[in-house]
Design a protein around this ligand. Sequence first.
Ligand SMILES: [Zn+2]
Length: 128
Amino acid sequence: MGAPGLIPRAPENDSMPIYEYKCTSCGRVTTVLVQGYKDPEGLCCEACSSTGMKRVMSGANYHRSASDRLSSYDPASRLDDSFYRDTRNIGLHAEHMLKKAGVKPNDEFKAKLERIRTDPSSVIKDED
Ligand SMILES: [Zn+2]
């Protein structure tokens, strides 16, 4: 039994959750490092500065570094507004990540993806 209050705390800054926020005005997705579980303050769209941002849960974003995410995309051709406006691209990132990790998406995941792509508004809420 150790003395109370002397439990070493895990370092907090080795991995930070990354969330994507989708602009409700222009549909642009902005990637944000989030400290804790609250939405960051002063969040606004990097394209149109709208503050109507909704968190998008795409499943595979947790604890991914920004560089990991970037290297999985082809930044030259994909990371523009039209890519994000195309609802067929929703979830593509998550799919890539699963593939990279050698994980086969299960039926539930695929069904979810399909639903999101046909009805993008269904993704704009947390699903915990
Ligand atoms: Zn916007």
